[in-house]
Each structure stands twice: as structure tokens, then as C-alpha cells.
Design a protein around this ligand. Structure first.
Ligand SMILES: [Zn+2]
Length: 319
């Protein structure tokens, strides 16, 4: 192909332009561009489809070839978009974590994507901010799905083991002399609180009688009544706290019911299940090297339980 400026190379971009522009079929297309024709004037407008004048100049590409190429391009786009949609569906079906996997740098939810390779499909989590802008999040935070799931499974496994071990240990220590003494001590404290609550209730009942017999006036009655009510509330809260503490010194001590059910229900699992993720996992934070920090829903309870173990052991050492 030669023009008045000399030889034009058949580069990919030239061919693509040639095959994308109807002008080269010899037809003229008018009013299709949204750009300005002249300074101050406006073009055909974005909504104008334009009109075509056939055979206004010599064709470089035949109309048949042009139409065929447009069809091929549309087909390629359909295949590409289809594959992309399939990849997204495929990845979404594998994501057990949904919004629980986050980027440690920007805090945004990570997305799961499919990478097709010779050895077969692989799935990775990546930072969605990084995908949009390197400025918002400069690192990809890429981690393979299998690696992330293995890390989470490992953390849940050791959590369950630690929890059952601690429960057994607390039970054993509670059955010892110190544990039993502590249980009895708390029981006596609770009994004293109950006695004070009975007295307070009696006083409050007598208050109205005093008012009826005009030993106290209305103002005094209201003030005292409010005071006794507040005292009763404080005593009730104290009793509740003691009974809660006593539970942890019971000889047949058990971890909290919901937690125990979750742990025992997952003990037999050999790999990470959706149920385990739903029950245990609060958040998985992925750093720029792909390391995962796993936060579990029951981390606080385990910390409390391990605290109880240390407490009992300290008591045991004292005695
Ligand atoms: Zn990020």
C-alpha cells in the first residue's frame, strides 16, 4: 500500500483500523462522529447514527470482507466475554469467605479470580483496590485459594485443640482441693448477697406501710423507694456476676454451649468446610507477601478460657 507520503507499513494497528472503519470499503459515513466539524460548530451528535453514502471513493477493503471481519470480531468478543463471565462464576462458586477476606493495607474486600494455565485452572485472591488503582493500593496481595484455605483450616484446628485441652485441664483443676474450696467460697458469697436481697425487699415492703401510717411523707417515700430499688438492682447484678464466676469452678466445667457445639461439630472435618467458615471465621487479612492473619469468632472466649487455666494453676501453686 502506497500513498502520497510514501510507503505505509502493514502493522497490526493499521490493519485493525482498516478493518474497523467503513470508510475503507469505499462508503462515506457522515454525521457519526460526536466531534466538532468546525470551530464553534457541532458534529452530528452522539445520538446520531449517521448516514452512509455508498461507493464515494475507491475501496481498499471489499464490503464482503469488511462485514465478515466485523462478524469475526463480534464472535471473538462473545467468546472472550463468555470466558470471563464463566471464570467469574466459577471463582464465585469457590469463594467460601465472601466479604471476610480483606487486604491488610487498604482494608478492602479481596476478590477471587481464575488463572487458566497448562496445568489447569488456578484460583487466587487479589486486592480489588489494587486492581483499580496502584495509587490506592500499590500491592496485589495475591494468595492462592488453596493456601489461604489451608492456613484458615490450620488456625481453626489448633483453636479447637487448644479449646478442648483447656476445658479438660480446667475440669481437672476444679476437681482439686483449691478449685473446690474456691467454689464453696463463691457459693457462700452468693448466699450472703441473697440474704441482703431478702432484707432489702422486706424494707421496701415496709416502706408503704410507713407512708400509709404517715410516719413518712410522700417525698420521703419516693426518695427511699428509689434508693431501695437501686440497691436491689446492684445486689442482683453482683449475684449474677458471682454465679457466672462460680460456673468456671464447677467440677464438670464446660465451655459455652454454642462454642462447644461448633467445636465438636467440626472435629471430624479433614478440610475446610463452608460450615466451619460460617461458624468460626470473622476475618482473614492478607498482607503483601500473601501471609494470612485469621481472626476467629471465638478468639475472645479461648483467651478467657486460657486465662482461667493460668488462674487455677496459680491457685494450685499457692496451696
Ligand atoms: Zn489493598
Amino acid at each position: 500500500m502506497t500513498g502520497h507520503k510514501g510507503c505505509v507499513e502493514w502493522t497490526g494497528i493499521v490493519v485493525k483500523r482498516l478493518l474497523s472503519n467503513e470508510y475503507y470499503t469505499g462508503d462515506s459515513v457522515h454525521g457519526k462522529t460526536g466531534g466538532k466539524l468546525f470551530g464553534g460548530g457541532s458534529g452530528g451528535g452522539a445520538d446520531a447514527g449517521g448516514y452512509v453514502v455508498r461507493d464515494t471513493h475507491e475501496a481498499l477493503v471489499s464490503r464482503a470482507d469488511f462485514d465478515r471481519v466485523q462478524e469475526m470480531k463480534a464472535e471473538q468478543a462473545r467468546v472472550y466475554n463468555g470466558k470471563r463471565a464463566e471464570g467469574r462464576r466459577c471463582a464465585a462458586g469457590r469463594n467460601k469467605f465472601k466479604k471476610k477476606v480483606v487486604c491488610s493495607d487498604c482494608g478492602k474486600t479481596m476478590y477471587l479470580f481464575r488463572a487458566v494455565s497448562q496445568e489447569g485452572d488456578k484460583f487466587f485472591y487479589g486486592c480489588s483496590s489494587h486492581n483499580r488503582s496502584r495509587k490506592v493500593c500499590p500491592y496485589r496481595h495475591k494468595v492462592m485459594l488453596e493456601d489461604l484455605e489451608a492456613a484458615v483450616f490450620g488456625v481453626i484446628r489448633s483453636h479447637m485443640d487448644a479449646c478442648l485441652d483447656a476445658e479438660r485441664l480446667v475440669r481437672k483443676l476444679n476437681a482439686g482441693r483449691q478449685g473446690m474450696e474456691r467454689y464453696r467460697l463463691i457459693s457462700r458469697q452468693a448466699e450472703r448477697i441473697r440474704e441482703r436481697m431478702r432484707q432489702a425487699a422486706g424494707k421496701k415492703a415496709g416502706l408503704y406501710a410507713d407512708f400509709a401510717e404517715r410516719l413518712i411523707d410522700g417525698e420521703e417515700y419516693a426518695a427511699l423507694s428509689e434508693r431501695y430499688t437501686k440497691e436491689a438492682e446492684a445486689l442482683s447484678a453482683e449475684l449474677e456476676r458471682l454465679l457466672e464466676e462460680r460456673k468456671r469452678y464447677e467440677r464438670d466445667f464446660h465451655i459455652e454451649e454454642g462454642w462447644e457445639k461448633t467445636v465438636r461439630g467440626s472435629l471430624g472435618e479433614r478440610e475446610l468446610t463452608q460450615g466451619m467458615v460460617d461458624a468460626f471465621v470473622t476475618r482473614v487479612s492478607v498482607d503483601r507477601d500473601g501471609n494470612c492473619e485469621v481472626v476467629l469468632a471465638y478468639d475472645d472466649m479461648l483467651a478467657e478460657l486460657l486465662g482461667a487455666v493460668r488462674e487455677r494453676e496459680a491457685e494450685k501453686d499457692e496451696g
